[in-house]
Design a protein around this ligand. Structure first.
Ligand SMILES: [Zn+2]
Length: 469
């Protein structure tokens, strides 16, 4: 193991290849929105890199999906004052032209909607997008959107919670996510993203009484394809036992998604590059996956996860390590979040930190909004390895999901340190006699979800429904 450590640390620490790749993916290939030409170009480029680095069984897993293209968006207050605001449509918003009374639901948590109740029907809802500080788990945008639809709103305006004149974006779900037409996959009501400053201005002006807004936007949902990019470092003794390490290479169309999640994707690819020479020398198979379409419903991870359950599959998925958020910041801020089998998992990863003489915080938590979640629902052990953002003081997603998620938010050192950690962990996990976490039955998964008041996700996760099967 010491030989491997020395190789991967030396290889990664003396190279800027991951940072050069980040620049290429962000500055040349662009946003990589799910199903777009840019995403297809990103997949082709990543596949070539995997081959160049000597990963094995390199291939793309293609799947059909519904994509979305942005058009114009016009938002204005018509009463009590006339004022227009810079605004963007959120993905899967259709084309609308409407005017309606505005109602402010504040943070948009469940009690906010309950308090206003029937007063919401027929109105345009104004809500904070996401307000959680690190460690807090408040409602996700899609939860607030779902409430707006359920309470009969005609549109929802989401306010970015960090100053800087940055629009907030994030995908919505279709009116009938299980359907198979463009109409089914178009959002039931429009979702609109505005900056913190525009949102605060709308709030102030609305307080003058009886506010009304006009909204006009034109966008298109269309059928397309996406793919995951997959490459292996095959194991020796137990090649059919697989550990997946993956980040998502798709982004939102308003930014190149440097931190969310190009940096995480490249953390996995860089670890794969450093470990490729050890093919056939570690017991289990290490599988590097670059997921497509995370931002629009975890479509790539649903698709990849499903491969393991098929009767013809001889492989066993032992553990999934999600790299959404890895490689951000200045380096040295890596952390592991485990889901399920908490005490066993935490003990295992803390001990690995001791072995590496590189300790990192290990906590437990379950989010439904990234690529580990389909694996969790299918009963596979999963963890998330991420790096805390250097932009302290920001709330919610920080620069994520805004125009400012750009290359300048990522450092060479941040990428190197997380790639070193992932490579060293991967080598040990591939070789350890036993791994923590055991497969869960659907009943056990349901119990864990119920204990966290998240059981509705088992039956209705919009991403699962949004896939084209
Ligand atoms: Zn992400």
């Amino acid at each position: 193991m010491q030989k491997i450590d020395r190789h991967v640390i030396g290889e990664i620490w003396t190279s800027d290849v991951a940072y050069q790749s980040l620049k290429h993916l962000c500055d040349d290939i662009g946003h990589r929105f799910g199903g777009s030409d840019s995403e297809h170009n990103g997949a082709a480029w990543l596949e070539n890199k995997m081959r160049e680095y000597g990963l094995q069984n390199v291939h793309r897993e293609e799947f059909a999906m519904y994509s979305w293209e942005r058009g114009e968006c016009f938002l204005a207050m018509t009463e009590p004052v006339e004022r227009s605001f810079s605004a963007i449509a959120m993905p899967y918003t259709g084309s609308v032209n409407l005017e309606g009374a505005l109602i402010d639901v504040g943070e948009g948590e469940a009690p906010d909607f309950e308090r206003l109740g029937d007063a919401i029907r027929g109105k345009i809802v104004l809500t904070d997008a996401e307000t959680n500080r690190p460690g807090q788990t408040k409602s996700h945008r899609t939860d607030k959107y779902r409430r707006a639809v359920e309470y009969g709103a005609v549109a929802a305006i989401f306010i970015n919670q960090n100053p800087g004149l940055l629009h907030i974006t994030g995908a919505l779900y279709g009116r009938n996510p299980g359907g198979d037409t463009v109409e089914d996959h178009t959002a039931a009501i429009p979702g609109i993203g505005v900056s913190f400053e525009a949102g605060m201005a709308i709030r102030r002006l609305a307080e003058r009484g009886s506010p009304k807004m006009r909204l006009r936007t034109k966008n298109a949902v269309y059928r397309s394809t996406s793919s995951n990019v997959v490459g292996d470092i095959p194991g020796s003794e137990k090649p059919d036992e697989v550990i997946v390490f993956g980040g998502h290479y798709d982004g939102h169309d308003i930014a190149p998604g440097a931190t969310d999640d190009t940096a995480g994707t490249l953390t996995g690819l860089e670890a794969g590059r450093a470990l490729a020479p050890f093919a056939g020398q570690l017991k289990r198979t290490i599988r590097i996956v670059c997921f497509g379409c995370e931002e629009i419903g975890l479509l790539g991870s649903w698709n990849h996860c499903d491969q393991y359950g098929k009767p013809e599959s001889t492989e066993t998925l032992k553990l999934m390590v999600n790299l959404d958020g890895a490689g951000r910041g200045k380096g040295g801020m890596e952390q592991v979040i485990v889901t399920g089998d908490e005490s066993e998992m935490i003990t295992y990863f803390e001990k690995l930190g001791d072995d590496l003489t590189y300790n990192f915080p290990v906590t437990s938590g379950l989010s439904a909004h990234s690529d580990h979640f389909p694996y969790f629902l299918a009963g596979y052990p999963s963890v998330t390895l991420r790096s805390q953002d250097a932009t302290a003081g920001m709330i919610g997603r920080g620069y994520g999901h805004t125009e400012a998620d750009t290359v300048d938010k990522v450092t060479i050192r941040g990428l190197q340190m997380s790639a070193v950690l992932v490579a060293r962990l991967a080598a040990r996990m591939a070789d350890d006699d036993s791994l923590p976490g055991s497969p869960k039955t659907q009943e056990e998964v349901r119990e864990i979800l119920a204990s966290k008041e998240m059981d509705h996700f088992l039956d209705h996760h919009w991403g699962r429904a949004n896939r084209v099967l």
